[in-house]
Each structure stands twice: as structure tokens, then as C-alpha cells.
Design a protein around this ligand. Structure first.
Ligand SMILES: Nc1ncnc2c1ncn2[C@@H]1O[C@H](COP(=O)(O)OP(=O)(O)OP(=O)(O)O)[C@@H](O)[C@H]1O
Ligand SMILES: [Mg+2]
Length: 271
């Protein structure tokens, strides 16, 4: 198993509470899931349910209050030093807000090369690596010297994916990574991700509100509600069979999936 998260609990201090009365609000309440090699796992849920917090925990950016995250059997929050850095490179994040996740004063070559800075590469080698990463994400050498404001949203998100791939991760965590793009560009980026998965054996955790995107790219999906997983679907052709009221409501709200319910009024009564 590539990644195994078990019984993750995370809470944050409540704002406005006194120093001596440290109240905490639970955000993740015993979450667990696993990600196999070469798979795309979707995580859907309403705003504020804890998706990004979970993403930070499984990529090593946030230590949970309790629970374990194993990558290749190693607990990423228990490792230290060189081992932690090595395991940390197993997972990379691509965020929704591509424009604020890059330095506007950096050229594309500097943005993509950021994760390579700790590697002892001479400028020629680094340039070749950057070019190869850009090509992998469908961008040519003409983009190397451009600044972020000289790129479209879709091109800039490709640059962010190239940067995420620079450290040769085993999985990418895509946190609403295509949500702010036009639908046609969303499809292009998802096609790129599918191609990378097939060619390079990458795995993805695909966090989204968008069930249509889930049906396009994911192999399985978990429904999150108030800091817990309430339902798991491993065969997306059976998405309409979800039983938890939250998942059913979410499914109903997606106009493109209305056909799933056609003639099914009895099985899915209005909630
Ligand atoms: N560092 C923090 N300190 C305090 N509260 C936080 C912190 N990070 C997240 N939260 C709170 O935890 C809850 C879950 O946040 P999170 O960002 O994980 O939600 P989400 O499911 O990703 O939402 P969205 O779909 O809107 O991105 C929210 O109520 C948020 O305000
Ligand atoms: Mg989020």
C-alpha cells in the first residue's frame, strides 16, 4: 500500500477563548483511508468539512493530534531528519489558487526548479530537467523564460503540476486544483493527469466539490462530512447507490448527473 492513514484526529484552538481555557474544535474525527499505487482517489465534501486539513496531514505538513500516516509502511510524522525529507517528497500538493502559489517575480524555469534546489545539479542539468518537466505537462521551451502573468490560468496550473512533479513524487494531492479553470481547460488538465498516471504510474488524491470531475478521473471516491468519512464508493458505475443522506444530497445537487436518478424517484426520496 502506497499510503495508509488511520484514525486521524485534528483539532484547532477556538478563537476568542482565554489563555487558560484552551477550548479546541475537532476538525477531523478519526479519519482513515488508503491509497494504492497507480490509483486516483476522490475526496468530496462540503466546504469546511476538513478536506484540506486532511491533505496537509497526509503530505506531512501538519502533524495530527493522534493517528498515523504510513507511506510505504513508514510513519511520516514519526520520521526525522533525512528520512523525513525523503518521505516528504513522496507526496506533492497542487493547490486551487495557482496564481498565489507561485512567486510572480520568478520565471517559469525558476518556479519549476524550486524543488530541485537541494539537489546538486549544474545549471545545464537543471535546465534539462525543467524542460523535461514542462514537456511532460504539455508546455514547450517557449514558456521557460515567461513570468506567471504571461500565462493563461491553465498554462500556469500546468507549471504548478510540473513543479509538483520535480521531486519525483509517488502521489499528487490535488486540492481543488482544477476548480477555478474553465470547463474545457479542466478536461485538458484531467486528461494530462490521466496520461501521467498511465505513463508514470503516479497516484492521486483528488479533493473536489465536483462530482462530475470525480466520475471523469477517479477510480474511487470517499464522501466526507463534518470531519468523518461517511461513505466510500469503489465502483463509480454504482455512484447512484450511495446511501448516506449527505452523499445522496450531494449527488442530487449535480445537474450533470441527474440521469442517474431518472425513474428512480422511489429509491431516492427527497430529503
Ligand atoms: N490552522 C487552522 N486554525 C484554525 N482553524 C482551522 C485551521 N485550518 C483549518 N481550520 C478550520 O478547520 C475546518 C476545516 O478546514 P478545511 O480547510 O480543512 O476545510 P475544507 O473541507 O478544505 O473546506 P473547503 O472546501 O472550503 O476548502 C474549517 O472550519 C477551518 O476554519
Ligand atoms: Mg479546502
Amino acid at each position: 500500500m502506497l499510503l495508509q492513514a488511520s484514525d486521524i484526529h485534528v483539532s484547532f484552538s477556538r478563537e476568542g477563548t482565554g489563555f487558560f481555557r484552551k477550548e479546541r474544535r475537532a476538525v477531523l474525527n478519526g479519519v482513515g483511508f488508503s491509497l494504492e499505487e497507480h490509483r486516483c482517489l476522490g475526496i468530496v465534501g462540503e466546504s469546511g468539512c476538513g478536506k484540506s486539513t486532511l491533505g496537509r496531514v497526509v503530505t506531512g505538513l501538519l502533524a495530527p493530534d493522534s493517528g498515523t500516516v504510513l507511506v510505504d509502511g513508514k510513519d511520516i510524522h514519526a520520521c526525522r531528519g533525512a528520512e523525513k525529507r525523503k518521505i516528504g517528497r513522496c507526496g506533492s500538493i497542487v493547490f486551487q489558487d495557482y496564481s498565489s502559489s507561485v512567486n510572480p517575480r520568478f520565471r517559469v524555469e525558476e518556479i519549476v526548479a524550486e524543488p530541485l534546489l537541494h539537489e546538486k545539479l549544474d545549471p545545464k542539468e537543471r535546465g534539462e530537467r525543467v524542460l523535461a518537466l514542462l514537456e511532460k505537462t504539455g508546455l514547450g521551451s517557449e514558456f521557460v523564460h515567461r513570468y506567471p502573468h504571461q500565462l493563461s490560468g491553465g498554462q500556469l496550473q500546468r507549471v504548478c503540476i510540473a513543479r509538483a512533479l520535480a521531486g519525483s513524487p509517488r502521489f499528487l494531492l490535488l486540492d481543488e486544483a482544477i476548480s477555478s479553470l474553465d470547463v474545457s481547460v479542466q478536461v485538458q488538465i484531467m486528461d494530462l493527469l490521466i496520461e501521467l498516471k498511465e505513463k508514470d504510474g503516479l497516484s492521486y488524491i483528488f479533493i473536489t466539490h465536483d462530482l462530475e470531475a470525480v466520475t471523469y478521473i477517479c477510480d474511487s471516491v470517499l464522501f466526507m462530512h463534518k470531519g468523518r468519512f461517511v461513505e466510500s464508493v469503489t465502483d463509480l458505475s454504482r455512484l447512484a447507490d450511495v446511501v448516506h443522506p449527505f452523499s445522496r444530497n450531494l449527488l442530487r445537487s449535480v445537474s450533470g448527473l441527474e440521469t442517474i436518478f431518472e425513474g428512480d424517484g422511489e429509491r431516492f426520496p427527497t430529503l
